[in-house]
Design a protein around this ligand. Structure first.
Ligand code: AQP
Length: 327
């Protein structure tokens, strides 16, 4: 069976972009691959947060992932900081990653723009992300389009390490979905929908009530061209609605476009389709939230299983570098 790994940061509530770009594929992959999914809480420390927030957000994110359909009996779901091998390999890979490589990362440029103070961790986190992936001998990494550059970096770092120290890491591939790979903000359709967006109106949260989802789609920013075409450059707002409706109903955005001439019906149908997509998730969410102890047990079991794989790969990397063994 191929090995799959992917991660998600507990930096806020999950949104439609996370679901369509990543989590929906994770659920699908559980039955196709030996799948490892990680709540990457250490990555969340790269940006400022209130003391204590990360723990509760980690539990809430894991609860939401279970509600989306991740099943601990069919995949390994765990928390990054519960498996100490991530930081050990992360340091080793920081030492095999170039400063110039990290400086080229678009996400660092976007997240550091206009900030008074930027942590060193925000700069180096793609090396920790490479460790997350490489620790599991991963073949495939299901991610949204925005993560493609980081997966390319992971591949480069792994190839460099292998050629310097001998065959150590499996070289992973990014698996980016054909539909929903880049869901844009409903109010600012030239920016991706993001947990840390400044306004709530452009983000569809997975636990938004149906009336709020419908309202957000009705108010979605479009344009004044008055035609429905799938052309993300010329019509980013309309194209985003077509992509979302297409991804929610398993159709190509171009063929969805052929069914509409006016923006109003497109907005209502996109809103309704998303309400239907979220309905089963929201009912599961209520159940999982009522039993946090069961979520904690699932995470503990996941961490034990993840650590047994990660320990072997870290030991292989340390041996190939030539670090002195403890015993
Ligand atoms: N708008 C999006 N469209 C499609 N996929 C997306 N992903 C994120 N936003 C979109 C995918 O979701 C997975 C988890 O992402 P993450 O939370 O670890 O980090 P991120 O990409 O930085 O997501 P956010 O929402 O923008 O979070 P913040 O605001 O904290 O940075 C990834 O596979 C990502 O591709």
């Amino acid at each position: 069976m191929p090995r799959v790994f992917s991660g998600i940061q507990p930096t806020g509530s999950l949104h439609l972009g996370n679901l369509l770009g990543a989590v929906r594929n994770w659920v699908h992959e559980q039955d196709q691959a030996d799948s490892f999914y990680c709540v990457v809480d250490l990555h969340a420390l790269t940006v400022p947060a209130a003391p204590g927030a990360v723990g509760s957000q980690t539990l809430e994110l894991a609860t939401t992932l279970l509600a989306c359909g991740l099943d601990p009996a069919r995949c390994t779901l765990f928390v990054q900081s519960h498996v100490p091998q991530h930081t050990s390999l992360g340091w080793i890979l920081q030492c095999t990653t170039g400063f110039g490589e990290l400086r080229r990362m678009t996400q660092f440029k976007e997240k550091s723009l206009g900030q008074d103070s930027v942590s060193a961790g925000l700069f180096t986190y793609p090396a920790l992300q490479a460790a997350d992936i490489l620790l599991y001998d991963t073949d495939s990494v299901p991610v949204g389009e925005d993560q493609r550059q980081h997966i390319e970096l992971t591949r480069d770092v792994a190839e460099r390490f292998n050629s310097r120290y001998g065959e150590t890491f499996v070289i992973p591939q990014a698996a980016v979905p054909t539909a929903g790979a880049r869901v844009m903000d409903l109010q600012e359709p030239d920016r991706k929908m993001s947990k840390s967006s400044s306004t709530d109106a452009g983000i569809v949260g997975l636990d938004d009530p149906p009336e709020s989802v419908v309202k957000k789609f009705k108010r979605a920013v479009t344009d004044s061209l008055g035609e429905v075409r799938y052309d993300p450059d010329a019509q980013p707002g309309v194209s985003n609605l077509l992509s979302i409706l297409g991804a929610a109903t398993n159709r190509a955005p171009e063929s969805v476009a052929a069914e509409y001439t006016m923006y109003g019906p497109l907005k209502s149908d996109a809103g309704e389709a998303v309400v239907e997509l979220l309905r089963p998730i929201q009912s599961q969410l209520a159940e999982f939230r009522s039993d946090p102890a069961a979520v904690a047990v699932a995470l503990r079991t996941g961490a034990d299983k993840a650590e047994s794989v990660a320990a072997e790969v870290l030991e292989r990397a340390e041996r190939h570098i030539g670090l002195l063994p403890r015993r």
